[in-house]
Design a binder for this molecule. Structure first.
Ligand code: SF4
Length: 265
């Protein structure tokens, strides 16, 4: 436990073990505080400290690379590198530099990103993402009302603008393209619309989750990539959907779209 806490203080955190990816290292291009173009009601980071869609350099590439090399010394066998961390990784203007530098050190290690998709229309972001082996975009809502309620985006970020960017990016990307949905009780009414949008986007896989943990009321960097409840913090409980209900929705979506789904419970 204490070891996890130690390594989770750097721009590179983990490794996190999962049946899906094996040992993955998280890369945090945001790091200095939580910064995101969303402020999702279920975010494991808690209330986002800076809600913005403006790109910037938040941490020097050299610091990330120094941390990466240090973590690699203790864990030379890493299966995957995942850009995620303290907010939306595509907000970092030096994301592409990080991707290239890590590729030079570990040419065989696949590099993935978890993004909320709000910046896919930015030509520099799109160019950086084309270098990655897998892009996973978030799609928690398929209408403006629930998008605003669940994702609580930065000013000016709308469902339609985000959706358009995803649709335009999709055919340009030839790596694995996945969608991640956090199922909330309010989404039950939108299954047909979800099916329609997913059929249009044609992801290789749709990962469906339900919130597993209560919402932290304060920000803790240690909560990046942390799937164990090991840190003390004040939380508020979320209204969630039970597993059977979520499974029913996934089954219905699978039938309507013929796409591949994976449910995390
Ligand atoms: S997009 Fe991710 S990091 Fe940003 S608020 Fe939502 S869950 Fe948190």
């Amino acid at each position: 436990m204490s070891h996890f806490k130690e390594v989770n203080k750097k721009t590179v955190y983990g490794p996190v073990k999962s049946w899906r990816f094996g040992l993955s290292l998280g890369i945090d291009p945001i790091f200095r505080t939580s910064i995101c173009s969303f402020n999702c009601v279920y975010c494991q980071l808690g209330q986002i400290q800076e809600i913005t869609a403006k790109r910037d350099e938040f941490v020097k590439t050299e610091s990330v690379i120094a941390d990466y090399k240090e973590v690699l010394e203790n864990h030379p066998k890493i299966d995957v590198v995942m850009y995620s961390g303290s907010g939306e990784p595509t907000l970092a203007t030096n994301l592409g530099e990080m991707i290239d530098s890590i590729r030079a050190i570990s040419p065989k290690t696949p590099q993935y990103i978890l993004t909320n998709g709000t910046l896919l229309g930015d030509e520099f972001v799109a160019k950086d993402l084309l270098k990655l082996d897998k892009v996973t975009v978030k799609l928690d809502a398929v209408n403006e009302k629930y998008f605003q309620m669940i994702n609580r985006p930065a000013e000016g970020v709308t469902f339609e603008s985000t959706w358009q960017q995803m649709v335009e990016f999709r055919p340009t990307y030839h790596g694995e393209f996945e969608v991640q949905i956090m199922l909330m009780p309010m989404n039950k009414v939108d299954i047909q619309e979800f099916a329609k949008r997913l059929s249009e986007l044609k992801p290789d896989l749709i990962q469906v989750n339900t919130p597993k943990r209560p919402y932290p009321l304060t920000w803790h960097r240690e909560n990046r990539g942390n799937h164990e409840k090991i840190f003390d913090y004040k939380v508020s409980e979320l209204k969630t959907m039970n597993k059977a209900e979520a499974q029913e929705i996934v089954d219905e979506l699978r039938e309507l779209t013929s796409l591949e789904f994976q449910m995390f419970s």
